[in-house]
Design a binder for this molecule. Sequence first.
Ligand SMILES: [Zn+2]
Length: 270
Amino acid sequence: MRYIEPHAHMVSRVTDDYQAMVLAGCQAVCEPAFWAGFDRGSVAGFRDYFDQITLHEPKRAAKYLLPHYCWLCINPKESEDTVLADDVLAVIPEYLDRPNVLGIGEIGLNKNSRNELAVFEKHVDLAARHGQLILIHTPHLEDKRKGTRLILDVLKNEKRIDPGRVLIDHVEEHTVRMVLDGGFWGGITLYPESKCTAARAADILEIYSGCNLWMNSACDWGHSDPLAVPKACLELRKRGHSAEEIDRIVYSNPVRFLSQTGKFNEPCGL
Ligand SMILES: [Zn+2]
């Protein structure tokens, strides 16, 4: 099998993870900018991080023949400091032309606060001004439905944004319909504890078969599994889904969405 890992925080992972992903059929990995597990203290910390995911991490992935792409932003968890957020937003354009940068992400909301929403709107404006794709993080658990609604309202009111160029990640049973009905792409995140299990993801995919959805592991520095996507494929195979249908979800759909950047090259096979 072949698949794209469209959401993985590889700076947090060891090289064995790269090897295991490639052996499982991974053809490309995409790394959204993320919270480091602690709040960075200055824009200089973000500059170092943007260099890490645009310059260093692609070289580390290349040792395993894996193309590496990334997304840039200040994560919603760090958006409470609006002065720092403005400083970071001001430097992002310097990095947008780097060859592995796919767009602005993962932006969105975490606790649905006023400051998070203000910084989210500034990111959307930045993406619109620079013609960038957008990758959205939606809140966890009880905040998810409200946060997803707030995010959709901002995006729908921004006439410069084409919903087909926005992917809203971490959708679950109670948010997937509103995302797809709005013309947006949806991402199903597979986590061992929170977010979706392989079985829940398969249930969603069976209901919304043929829709603009992908799956990702969102593996990071916490309890997560860089092989969650191929494991979910096994769940789909056990339920009788064809190899062609699975390939559409985990390979063709990500290629279709990401190719809108013009920077994402369809993998030639490992
Ligand atoms: Zn993430």
